[in-house]
Design a protein around this ligand. Sequence first.
Ligand code: CDV
Length: 321
Amino acid sequence: MTRILTSAAAQLGPIARNETRASAVARMIDLMKRGKERGVRYMVFPELALTTFFPRWYMEDWKEVETFFEKQMPTKDVLPLFEKAAEWGIGFYLGYAELTEDGHHYNTSILVNDKGRIVGKYRKVHLPGHSEYEAQRPWQHLEKRYFEPGDLGYPVWRSMGAIHGMAICNDRRWPEMYRSMGLQGVEIISLGYNTPDENTAAAEPKHLRNFHNDLVVQSGAYQNSCYVIATAKAGIEEGVGLIGGSLIAQPSGEIVAKAQTLGDELVVADLDLDLTVMGKQTIFNFANHRRVEHYARITGQTGVELPPEGDLEGEDVLSGK
Ligand code: CDV
């Protein structure tokens, strides 16, 4: 019997600063309704899906900052999404800003099953950007100011007949993330993102923004023989272009579905979970082929340690001939 989980990247167009949570949730419910009509059983919403991408603004007043955070989940505004999920039997991934009871701030995602129950929580580990105002940037990227690095690692969860893992935006550029979950047999990695269409840290051709998005998602899927559902917030949000390009990559590394617009859009594919098996048993059979005795640097070192200065002389293999 094949294990098919029809799934969707539920891309959202821009969310304005003054758009309410209730409005964002209504848009998500609309996508969920469209998903129901297409037989979707699992869908992935973007990073920070309830509000605009607020780290683009420098704020000193933490009272203002915390207006973008949720103290519980579901809140009154988000509850209808959970209720519809349970009614329609559709699980989902949702990204939001989390303020814990003891005052910690995280960029968080949750995995909600098809009964509307929270099965898993992930807190973003790789926080890009900076923590202080940077005048040279056309807009800010203050994730390092507003969030702490996640403290939950990369667990996986069995739900809706699959082994799920979660990640958020910048995480997708780090192979360590995929492999941490690959080593737990992950079959579907869900991730939401907000990626500006311009690199404000250094000059870079614009087309590379989408290219790198596809590149890392496809390679993560292939090298761990799993599906990756990557969902964007897209379009011009408060004057900043977000790349969109939501996609689903299958275990071969190929893209099986891709967004066509920069607005609210459902990107649907039938995920055949048995397609994850071949790669896990052959070329990426980790138990057979990994050589962890050579990988110590990967967990023991963060920055680069260069070899000693100066070109090597090399062994003379010619003068005696
Ligand atoms: N939200 C993000 O993590 N965005 C980063 C941008 C700043 C490069 C990303 O990796 O897409």
